[in-house]
Design a protein around this ligand. Structure first.
Ligand code: NDP
Length: 435
């Protein structure tokens, strides 16, 4: 805490990992005396820079840009860029730290990083977003590269922003290389990348249920968020026979007991992706649904909960309500959406709970597949990418079970994910010496 003042999110993420890793190190001599955890909590490099851009009125605007290069023991730094006014060093360090474990879990050779800016894309014109992205990359370009650091999207950074940043990088470097993932299909993007995080989260839930002899068929699902992860989690859950009844955004949530089917989801995608509008427009179109301003959906009754919006959006009281209402599975689609005491409620109640670093790893895994395709200069068909995604999610699930199963048969997926992620990075760090 002394070394990282005013970084509550980062300390929260480290504490949660340390709780399971410290006992593991104490039990395994091989991992002692290498200062592993001490090294892992210290980013290899933090880059902070000024981003100036001209708005549509001709005025100069100033934002702060960041890239946290956390750990490169097992591959080039990899992790998204977030554009949101709440972005600060603490949030990006927490995300970069989580990313190291997540990327290790995917079984692909990727180190961990994260970056972004406090720039708010909401309400900005296309040209303003473009000028911001160009200015951001004009500094960041010198720190990234296909074998050094390969950023991707995150909150506020979708296909549009990635496109603008890729274009500017290419212009500066005069080089067409895979320095960003989440690109458009016409310039090196991978099929299934937009869907991957949401789909992967549902595949992971499917694995957890199958292990208990259960399935998604007929289950009601509460989803928060209506962005990239939420949309595709809803799509896949519906396809596999579940009924999604809630979605949300930062203004509140909608509940539709009849289920948000394919057609209704297409309407939400139109609101959020085409018009960048608000979720409450849903009730104008489907009057049987209701909108709850300023609230999250955790008070509703559902079999499954998938928080897919942002960090710390599901608190202890919400967790208790979910359990009391008969929820049997919580799968984190966002990064650290559940507070530590909410996670404790789920684990004490012995319901299925998967941490984001395991259940949302499908996005970065597919980004890893995009990097492979870029290196090969090939595009794989959707079925091939989706099959690989399914296999990766199953492997992550099984690794969590291997390291997280307790004596009574309950699987602590948090412990499992932390240890499975740690082992590979730790082995590489030991082999590479004091770096
Ligand atoms: P998007 O920007 O596409 O969507 C974010 C959604 O969450 C929107 O509905 C947004 O509402 C809502 N939201 C954002 N911030 C807040 C807030 N402070 N309070 C309430 N609601 C909020 O982002 P993604 O779907 O890509 O990301 C969602 C989460 O998933 C993040 O935690 C991200 O780190 C994580 N993640 C994403 C991956 C990906 O591949 N995209 C991969 C792995 C993890 P509004 O529209 O009102 O802003």
């Amino acid at each position: 805490e002394q070394a990282n003042p005013h970084q509550p999110e980062f300390l929260q993420a480290v504490e949660e990992v340390a709780e399971t890793i410290i006992p593991f190190i104490e039990e395994n001599k091989k991992y002692q005396n290498h200062c592993l955890l001490e090294r892992m909590v210290e980013p290899e490099r933090v880059i902070m820079f000024r981003v100036t851009w001209i708005d549509d009125q001709g005025s100069i605007q100033v934002n702060r840009g960041y890239r946290i290069q956390m750990n490169s023991a097992i591959g080039p730094y990899k992790g998204g860029l977030r554009f949101h006014p709440s972005v600060n060093l603490s949030i990006l360090k927490f995300l970069a730290f989580e990313q190291v474990f997540k990327n290790s879990l995917t079984t692909l050779p990727m180190g961990g990083g994260k970056g972004g800016s406090d720039f708010n894309p909401k309400g900005k014109s296309d040209s303003e977003v473009m000028r911001f992205c160009q200015s951001f990359i004009t500094e960041l370009y010198r720190h990234i590269g296909p074998n050094t650091d390969v950023p991707a999207g995150d909150i506020g950074v979708g296909a549009r922003e990635v496109g603008y940043m890729f274009g500017q990088y290419k212009r500066i470097q005069n080089e067409f290389t895979g320095i960003l993932t989440g690109k458009g299909l016409s310039f090196g993007g991978s099929l299934v990348r937009p869907e991957a995080t949401g789909y992967g989260n549902v595949y992971f839930a499917q694995c957890m249920l199958e292990r208990k002899g259960d399935s998604l068929q007929g289950k009601s699902v509460l989803i928060s968020g209506s962005g990239n992860v939420a949309q595709y989690a809803a799509e896949k859950a519906t396809e596999l026979g579940a009924k999604v009844i809630t979605m949300s955004d930062s203004s509140g949530y909608i509940v539709d007991q009849e289920g948000i089917d394919e057609e209704k989801l297409a309407f939400i995608m139109e609101i959020k992706n085409e018009r960048r509008g608000r979720i409450n427009e849903y009730v104008d179109q489907y009057p049987n649904a209701t909108f709850h301003e300023g609230k999250t959906p955790w008070g509703e009754k559902g079999d499954i909960a998938m928080p897919c919006a942002t960090q710390n959006e599901l608190f202890k009281e919400d967790a208790q309500k979910l359990v009391d209402n008969g929820c049997i599975l919580v799968g984190e689609g966002a990064n650290m959406p559940c507070t530590p005491d909410a996670v404790e409620v789920f684990q004490k109640s012995k319901i299925l709970f998967s941490p984001g670093k395991a259940s949302n790893a499908g996005g970065v895994a597919t980004s890893g597949l995009e990097m492979s395709q870029n290196s090969l200069r090939l595009n794989w068909p959707a079925e091939k990418v989706d099959d690989k995604l399914k296999t990766i999610m199953k492997d992550i699930h099984d690794a969590c079970v291997q390291y997280g199963q307790t004596t009574d048969g309950y699987v602590d997926y948090v412990k499992g994910a932390n240890i499975a992620g740690f082992v590979k990075v730790a082995d590489a760090m030991i082999a590479q010496g004091a770096v």
